[in-house]
Design a protein around this ligand. Structure first.
Ligand code: COA
Length: 180
């Protein structure tokens, strides 16, 4: 499309969101996936600077990325619109055999997800979750789980809207100022 004749961004998004494709990541997606990972690191380093370092933002090592794409117990999805990656979701299968006190479990943990700001609130994240659910169901897994930072109200709203419910609450108490 001629750049000068492009419709405004909002209209463009609405027009093309129908062309969305959710698929597993492949090697050539590395840069796009890394870019969206960095979007999340920026958010974390801004809001939880005790845990996450300031920029320069660490990049996802390519070896790690490739291992994930080949791991049968992991899922790295990309959402693509007009050949542009606009969202990612990385999930792993968590298993436990149980013991005298607890039942065994088998669940899918959403480790990271990110949607490009230009395409937020248009259903991309929801489609990534739905595809993850289908992948989990095919493996006979009944639950998805995610750990969300308390500051991240947008993400909490997103997961609530996608039928996730509170499971446990991790609390912290600062007992001394940082010494390093
Ligand atoms: C959370 C995230 C993945 C949602 O993706 P998305 O494609 O925008 O989500 P959807 O369009 O499918 O769902 C939209 C719903 O999510 C919530 N939401 C998403 N972005 C929001 C925002 N900026 N402000 C408030 N609510 C927001 C709302 O409930 C919204 O519903 P609404 O628009 O009807 O109010 C995306 O906002 C993102 O990448 N955030 C930054 C990274 C992040 O926090 N990742 C999760 C780490 S656990």
């Amino acid at each position: 499309m001629d750049a000068l004749k492009r419709p405004p961004a909002e209209q463009y998004n609405k027009m093309t969101i129908e062309n969305i494709k959710i698929r597993k990541a492949v090697e050539t997606d590395f840069q796009s996936v890394d870019f969206l990972y960095q979007q999340n690191y920026k958010l974390y380093s801004k809001n939880i600077s005790n845990d996450y370092k300031n920029p320069p933002i660490p990049t996802l090592p390519k070896g790690t990325f490739l291992n994930i794409t080949e791991d049968k117990n992991a899922l790295l999805l990309v959402a693509e619109i007009d050949e542009k990656v606009v969202g990612i979701l990385y999930a792993i299968i968590e298993k436990d055999d149980g013991d005298d006190w607890t039942h065994p479990y088998n669940r899918v943990s959403v480790e990271e997800m990110s949607v490009s700001k230009d395409f937020s609130r248009q259903g991309v994240g929801t489609m990534l979750i739905e595809n993850t659910q289908n992948w989990a169901k095919k493996k006979g897994i009944n639950n998805l789980i995610v750990l969300v930072h308390a500051f991240n109200k947008n993400a909490i709203n997103f997961y609530l809207k996608n039928d996730f419910r509170d499971y446990s609450i991790k609390m912290v108490k600062k007992i001394q100022e940082k010494t390093h």
